[in-house]
Design a binder for this molecule. Structure first.
Ligand SMILES: *[C@@H]1O[C@H](CO)[C@@H](O)[C@H](O)[C@H]1NC(C)=O
Ligand SMILES: *[C@@H]1O[C@H](CO)[C@@H](O)[C@H](O)[C@H]1NC(C)=O
Ligand SMILES: *[C@@H]1O[C@H](CO)[C@@H](O)[C@H](O)[C@H]1NC(C)=O
Ligand SMILES: *[C@@H]1O[C@H](CO)[C@@H](O)[C@H](O)[C@H]1NC(C)=O
Ligand SMILES: *[C@@H]1O[C@H](CO)[C@@H](O)[C@H](O)[C@H]1NC(C)=O
Length: 115
């Protein structure tokens, strides 16, 4: 049986230089955090933005699935992420995620290009 557990709590950096801090995951699997993106239409406007999420706690929780929502405080948009926390036999932890960005559209006619 596997002994190592992938732990979401802490600092994470991606290939593009964005990073985030995830706080302690509580006993129900809720967590909050802060996201620093390095990618935006107007990079000079970027501000640290809050996130809220869940991870599954059902066994096995050694490589848990999770999801979270980032509220971009510097633009009228929201990004959701979902993914899984993987740990290899040396204890190296990796998050594999996918995301979807939703921007604001002024009306339903312009809805098509908002995600
Ligand atoms: C995850 O890591 C944090 C900080 O290092 C620690 O407080 C917490 O107990 C760990 N959680 C588990 C389930 O090991
Ligand atoms: C995360 O990074 C911040 C500063 O960037 C540091 O103060 C903090 O100790 C780090 N937390 C962990 C769990 O490594
Ligand atoms: C995110 O940016 C803030 C403000 O620039 C900084 O204090 C924090 O340490 C950064 N977080 C990480 C994980 O580097
Ligand atoms: C996290 O990202 C912010 C914004 O891009 C950057 O200023 C900071 O240096 C990064 N922190 C780390 C530890 O990479
Ligand atoms: C979410 O972001 C908007 C700005 O885009 C801000 O007005 C609002 O206070 C933020 N809410 C939270 C809970 O961070």
């Amino acid at each position: 049986s596997r002994l190592l557990q992938c732990n979401l709590t802490g600092n994470w950096t991606n290939d593009l230089g964005s990073n985030m801090t995830i706080s302690d995951v509580n006993e129900k699997g809720n967590f909050i955090g802060l996201y620093n993106t390095s990618v935006a239409d107007h990079p000079n406007k970027i501000q640290q933005s809050p996130l809220v999420g869940f991870q599954h706690l059902k066994n096995p929780i050694d490589q848990p699935v999770f999801g979270f929502t980032v509220n971009w405080t510097f633009s009228d948009s929201i990004t959701i992420f979902t993914g899984q926390c993987f740990v290899d036999k040396d204890g190296n932890e990796t998050l594999k995620t996918m995301w979807l960005l939703r921007s604001h559209a002024d009306n339903t006619k312009n809805n098509w290009n908002a995600t």
